[in-house]
Design a protein around this ligand. Sequence first.
Ligand code: ADP
Length: 400
Amino acid sequence: MAAIDIKNVVKKYGDDAPAVNDVSIDIADGEFMILVGPSGCGKSTLLRMIVGLEDISSGEIRIGDKVVNDLAPRDRNLAMVFQNYALYPHLSVYENIAFPLRLAGAKDDAVDEAVRKASAILELDEYLERKPANLSGGQRQRVAMGRAIVRDADAFLFDEPLSNLDAKLRGQMRTEIARLQKRLGITTVYVTHDQTEAMTLGDRVAVLKRGLLQQLATPRELYENPGNLFVAGFIGSPPMNFLPARVKGTSVELPFGTVELPPEKAEKVQDSDLLIAGIRPEHFEDASVKEDTSAGSTFRATVDVVEWLGNEAYAYLPYEADAEVQNQLDELERDLEGEAMRNQLVVSLDGSSRIAEGDEAEIWVDSSRMHLFDAATGENLTIDLDNAGRVPEREQAVRS
Ligand code: ADP
């Protein structure tokens, strides 16, 4: 096992903008690191550079204390666990796991010991004689991991391993990978475009956009303190609401009314005519089911649609957005690949709420959880700069 240190790594293809642009990520020994972002953000290219399948245009990658820039993939001692598992259909589970050792000319005794050890960890003992065709998707994934384990690799690398599976199996596999990674304690780099996988699996998550690292932080930090609009819109489901905001002192004027900012947030922003407020759906509530509404602000709004799910309900509240924020939100929608997030507020209410379509309802908002973003740069103005894992070059990142 080893740490992986990615320093100022750039990948250029021809004259295009760099696919990976000056990215630095320090992955600790045993850490589960997620590389996440929409398609084309450079996450696979970065993974392929770590493995050695792609040259680095500039920068440095270290595995343990060794610079591996010029090492061939086979000399890096990393195990890539492929999306399609890449199992040999004619070989048994035992021989599939044993494969890398046989290739290296290991003796039968050594092979047997390694395969049995891996199989015990992966709970594959009763399947060792089966062929891959007679296994479930989850079991196949474990065989693929077994093959990586017997190699005693320094790290596991996954490239979208679950993207071909249906939602239920994907959930199961996610849990399985998390469990195994914890048990093995092996350094893991995992590429996905799925924010749920990023949030549930990662010790830390590196969010990329157009080749630039946007933020490198724990899932909780990304959720609570997103460094910019892009991260705020990408992390969380349903996504954060973005609204035009005008600030005067501690008051923030939003399309549906004025809310009060806690002083510690208000002092981070100056009076401003044009900011973008970000509020997550779950930080609203039906005021009539909330025991104490004194901590935030309440407003009245007409409810367009209600989706009642039992434990909670989503209500949609239409509003008119100013033309001035449209540009920034247009761009954000393109970056996030077309999430509709404009001209309606999505609020998540307790399942006991009786709010119905067409009602003019009183809604409470936890304004202490509100973020304010610079409308031009997208930068989050309401968080502490140093503690959020925000990348130092954020100016460049958010302006790109
Ligand atoms: P992701 O994995 O995030 O979807 P990739 O790392 O595959 O993104 O690609 C990042 C960018 O680099 C994209 O714009 C893609 O078109 C470009 N790219 C990737 N591989 C090549 C290549 N072999 N030649 C030219 N451009 C490439």
